[in-house]
Design a protein around this ligand. Structure first.
Ligand code: FAD
Length: 400
């Protein structure tokens, strides 16, 4: 008999969704091509709105037990000057912190929970094709243990990440923002960055983001406008150049003094890539496959958990799974649209060069620190906070 769901991808999105569906009594197969998760230079700073979703989904305790660092303080450095520290516990509705965590450990912990909940997990299984269309059960062809296998299910979920093939095979139209920011990152050891926070450091037209993991380790990024010329900060031979670039932002010297890279260094085009209405013909997309938001804003893990929560709730509450997928797709358009809007305003505020833009930044940050009411809050609330016209005017300093 056909399964209830086949999920392609055992990242955060695929694993947590398969756990939710398995707990609800459904027969779920997860196909994950990696037999052991490795450092792919991915998200390691989960915002409080993602942590709130992780708590509601019941996975937060296991993430902390597997090494998640609950970091409470958000600080923005502008030209070397720190903003007043923001306590996230004190300023978010659920009193949540961020969670900084080595990405492969997130994946292992989430996939272990899926297996414990009864999902069938095939590791080393690579999806090769999808057959889906109106009025038929979708099916996936995959390679596993040297054999080609085809299986069908009530629904097939594409949770195969930012380079998703599932969305191509299913025939979704992919939308892309114009290229704007490039982000390069690596795992660092021997840094004195305080472990209880996350830090966005803004220098002259460049930025660096630090997500400390504890024990002198940090996931550290360097962000720059693509139009200033590709630096191609990828590979071991570029580590020295990467560390110099991070220093040139104006990060405290003690953070980089004895720092060395202990993982791969890789650079990515940050521009958002997304699918509108990410469900059709029994195929549904979650996480980066549905929308990979610019990593420079650090929202991807939280957005992925929002997808899982919304889709699992729809599948739980409706017998007609086609209707459930449609309702999830509509909700996805709304909250991803709000996040996309907020990020575009932040991009305009933070990355516009010149003296007028400097003056606006000073005015906006002064007002924000004095009274954040009505401002968009990409870190605390993500798309579930203000994103209306008043929010736009506040964050862009219009009318004051
Ligand atoms: C440089 C960078 C920095 C980032 N920083 C942050 C951050 O600080 N905070 C944040 O919230 N987010 C960040 N993100 C985004 C975050 O990493 C993603 O949003 C998140 O990992 C998406 O999870 P996912 O489950 O959708 O995809 P993934 O984690 O990519 O998982 C997809 C899985 O599918 C598997 N797979 C792919 N194709 C197949 C196939 N054909 N068959 C079988 N398996 C397959 C892969 O092996 C993988 O395990 C960052 C991303 C990048 C690139």
């Amino acid at each position: 008999m056909a399964r209830d769901a086949i999920i392609v991808g055992g990242g955060l999105g695929g694993s947590v969704l398969s756990e939710q569906l398995s707990r609800a009594g459904h027969d779920v197969l997860v196909l994950e091509r990696e037999t052991k998760f490795r450092d792919r230079v991915r998200g390691e700073n989960m915002s409080p709105w993602g942590v709130a979703a992780a708590r509601r989904l019941g996975i937060l305790g296991d993430l902390i037990a597997a090494g998640g660092n609950q970091a409470d303080t958000w600080i923005t450095y502008a030209m070397g000057h720190p903003s007043p520290p923001r306590s996230l516990r004190a300023t978010t509705p659920g009193r949540d912190t961020m969670l900084n965590m080595f990405h492969p450990d997130i994946q292992e912990a989430a996939l272990a929970r899926a297996a414990a909940a009864g999902a069938t997990i095939k590791r080393g299984a690579t999806a090769l094709n999808l057959d889906a269309g109106p009025g038929k059960s979708p099916s996936v062809t995959y390679e596993f243990e040297g054999k080609l296998v085809s299986e069908s299910a009530r629904i097939v979920v594409g949770a195969d990440g930012r380079f998703s093939q599932m969305r191509n095979w299913a025939g979704f139209e992919i939308h892309r923002d114009p290229k704007f920011l490039t982000i390069a990152g690596t795992l660092i050891e021997g840094t004195e960055v305080p472990h209880n926070g996350a830090y966005l450091c803004m220098g002259p037209g460049i930025a660096s983001f630090w997500a400390p993991l504890g024990h002198g380790r940090s996931r550290t990024y360097f962000i720059y406008p693509t139009a200033t010329g590709k630096r191609r900060l990828t590979g071991d031979q570029k580590v020295g150049e990467f560390l110099q670039a991070v220093q040139s932002v104006g990060t405290p010297a003690s953070w980089t003094k004895d720092a060395k890279s202990i993982g791969p260094l890789a650079e990515f085009d940050g521009a958002d890539k997304w699918v509108e209405s990410p469900a059709k013909d029994g195929v549904v997309l979650v996480g980066d496959a549905a929308a990979s938001s610019d990593p420079s804003w650090g929202s991807g893990l939280s957005l992925t958990l929002a997808d899982v929560e919304h889709l699992a709730n729809q599948l739980e509450s409706q017998k007609d799974w086609n209707a459930a997928l449609r309702d999830y797709a509509r909700q996805h358009d709304e909250y991803y649209g709000a996040l996309h809007r907020i990020h575009s305003w932040l991009r305009e505020l933070i990355w516009t060069p010149g003296p007028e833009a400097d003056a606006r930044r000073q005015r906006v940050f002064a007002r924000l620190y004095q009274d954040p009411t009505g401002f968009p809050d990409s870190v605390g609330l993500g798309p579930f906070g203000p994103s209306d016209e008043q929010a736009r005017q506040l964050i862009l300093g219009i009318g004051y």
